[in-house]
Design a protein around this ligand. Structure first.
Ligand code: GAL
Length: 421
């Protein structure tokens, strides 16, 4: 509490100082690139925008639609190459290191020190935010990927039980299908398919095997029986998907779960943001359970903002204020309550958060103790863009090829990863 109060005072002093030249007008602005365009995502962005504008900084929104940020990263690259990057951009995981090594990113150590980031951010996350020991990005949240979302009304009508194993999952899927209800919501986009695949792979490989495969790229693990089984499970899902060939966005798929047009969806808890926005009772109307076989593991995706090197002193001040605001307890609370994620700051009490967020926080803390927290592949937390792209290609081609061989897919995966790394 005292720490929060102290921060609040620091924020007031900083913003008063930074906006003295404003004379009531915002003299500073920040252009911020992100890919948060679904209903709940856009509402969460508003929290950052409003907090910045309340401090006299004009928010220039640079939203590039496209789940998981694939389109946003393409646009960012062309802006940066032409020498005109935005002040801040949503960049995650190892990509931060790449941008920093090319000399694009600015140093946030001053804000980090004033706000004690070293103490507040779990080391697992902190390591991605720093380049050669200096902060180059500020994290805003922690998403859990390995969630299975359940539409309780359809489950009740079909007398279906919540699955804990893959055997139960397919028995449940079959039961729901036979009862005449649509089963699985999933858009046919490479990152959505890979989001499902990485959760399955975790269930088969365990956290250690997952790291050996997707971070250490050990050939024997990439072609192991556990990996072959992972592809086989993914393939088995195909006939249960409501629109298997539809390239719908993740939130269109989530809308199917909201409107009783699908019984389940496997996706990160940004879907929870949509459930909350639709006034669903999370934990009752919509339930969140770990993907079968991953109750003790946690695949994380941390959203973070990197600040680009700018020259105008006012712009630089606005950037530093943005970083400070993102890490403030107020923003971490309000933003994450809307977004479906949990705060990245370890000192925030989750009062007023929904039951899935509470479950996520508990699972995250436990996974840190058990060393079972692993980075998401599909969401750019585990590898370079090249390796990520190679994995996305192999998984998607496999999924879209009827009767493809899971064994051959594992061999392709191994070759593709080795060629890209
Ligand atoms: C993830 C990101 C989430 C959400 C999701 C869908 O990569 O971590 O915040 O935006 O993509 O776009």
């Amino acid at each position: 509490m005292i720490a929060h109060l102290k921060e609040f005072v620091i924020a007031c002093v900083l913003s008063a100082f930074w906006s003295t030249s404003a004379l009531g007008q915002p003299s500073q602005s920040v252009e911020v690139l992100h890919w948060w365009t679904s209903g709940s995502e856009a509402k969460a962005v508003q929290v950052i925008k409003q907090m910045m504008e309340a401090q006299g900084v004009h928010w220039q929104d640079f939203a590039v639609p496209g789940g998981a940020g694939e389109n946003a990263m393409t646009v960012l690259k062309s802006r940066a190459i032409s020498g005109n990057p935005p002040a801040a951009a949503q960049i995650k995981g190892p990509a931060l290191q790449e941008w920093a090594s090319l000399g694009f990113l600015t140093n946030l150590d001053g804000v980090a020190k004033a706000q004690h980031w070293d103490k507040l951010i779990p080391p697992l996350i902190n390591q991605d935010m720093k380049y050669h020991g200096h902060y180059v990005a500020v994290p805003v949240n922690i998403h859990r990927i390995n969630w299975l979302w359940i539409n309780s009304a359809i489950f009740a009508k079909a007398h279906a039980k919540i699955p804990k194993t893959w055997k139960q999952f397919f028995a449940t899927a079959e039961k729901i299908k036979r009862a005449g209800y649509p089963v699985l919501a999933q858009g046919n986009q490479d990152w959505q398919t890979t989001t499902v695949f990485e959760s399955i792979a975790l269930s088969q490989l365990g956290a250690k095997g997952y790291r050996q495969a997707f971070i250490e790229h050990i050939p024997k693990v990439l072609t192991s029986p556990a990996m072959v089984r992972s592809f086989a499970i993914l393939q088995k899902m195909h006939p249960y998907i409501v629109h298997p060939n539809n390239h719908q966005s993740w939130n269109q798929a989530t809308a199917e779960v909201i409107h009783n047009q699908a019984a389940m969806q496997i996706i990160g808890d940004w879907a929870n943001g949509e459930f909350l926005l639709a006034h669903k009772k999370v934990g009752k109307d919509i339930r969140c359970v770990p993907v079968p076989g991953t109750a003790h593991e946690f695949i994380y995706s941390v959203d973070s903002f990197a600040m680009f090197q700018l020259t105008e002193p006012n712009d630089i001040k606005a950037q530093q204020l943005l970083a400070h605001t993102i890490m403030s307890p107020q923003l971490q609370t309000r933003f994450n309550q809307i977004k479906g994620s949990i705060p990245v700051r370890s000192d925030i009490k989750l009062t007023g958060f929904d039951s899935c967020a509470l479950k996520s926080e508990k699972a995250f803390k436990q996974s840190l103790k058990d060393h079972t927290a692993v980075p998401s592949i599909a969401h750019g937390m585990a590898t370079t863009n090249y390796v990520q792209g190679a994995i996305l290609d192999v998984v998607t081609n496999f999924f879209n090829t009827p009767n493809a061989s899971p064994k051959k897919a594992s061999e392709k995966l191994m070759r593709a990863i080795l060629a890209a790394s």
